[in-house]
Design a protein around this ligand. Sequence first.
Ligand SMILES: Nc1ncnc2c1ncn2[C@@H]1O[C@H](COP(=O)(O)OP(=O)(O)OP(=O)(O)O)[C@@H](O)[C@H]1O
Length: 270
Amino acid sequence: MSQAADATPAAAPRSVIEARDLCLTFATNDGPVHALSDVDLTIRQGDFVSFIGPSGCGKTTFLRVIADLERPTSGTITVNGMTPEEARRARAYGYVFQAAALYPWRTIAGNIRLPIEIMGFSKPEQEKRIDRVLRLVELDGFGKKYPWQLSGGMQQRASIARALAFDADLLLMDEPFGALDEIVRDHLNEQLLKLWRTTGKTIGFVTHSIPEAVYLSTRIVVMSPRPGRIVDVIESPLPLERPLDIRESPEFLAVAHRVREGLRAGHSYD
Ligand SMILES: Nc1ncnc2c1ncn2[C@@H]1O[C@H](COP(=O)(O)OP(=O)(O)OP(=O)(O)O)[C@@H](O)[C@H]1O
């Protein structure tokens, strides 16, 4: 049995994110932009939560609020029971961006080392962490390579390794595989699920892809734009062990159908 399954005890798992009546309005020259409106959401420990919705519905903004990169206009949000600012200072999360954002002049190991060096870990501890996270993303042996010597998929895995090096329980991922071709994406989806199961981390994952959201998640948050709000939260009935061909099963297709209906109900196709 996987560790993630072990980490889901009979008692309710503790909540990692609690958002209540969360609103965020950007003041722009063209008037206010209501990026988030009345968002109520609880993310529990060990959840894999995907955020899906059309461009501009506030997915990235919500991750950025969790990460203390944006301040809500009203409402409340806690991360591990702390304010986002406290959680950021406590290094409560790792953040993976859409582009791998690796420094080209640093090796892969050097890129992973940067944040943990800044955090003041000893050299031997840095080495230990770099080895461990490279193994987790199946890049062992690539530490001495430079980013440009790796494929796009490998670079994205390296950026995941960098986010994992903090050893935070929460991983925030903003469309990490959006720019990759479908075969590579399938492979990375499988690897990410394996990584999630073996580490028991809580993951918040932004995507535009219905199959990706359904394949990866324990819960899917469907959002609609103008103003950005949650239209549906779907608890996945799929087992935690998910071979890729689960995507052809009736259960999978039923969840995908519900996501599509949610997107339609939010009048998101424009
Ligand atoms: N700093 C900002 N200033 C003004 N408006 C912003 C700012 N950041 C985001 N917005 C607006 O807020 C809305 C939500 O943006 P956000 O990036 O969260 O959407 P998204 O769902 O992640 O979109 P995408 O899928 O294209 O990444 C959009 O209308 C966007 O233009």
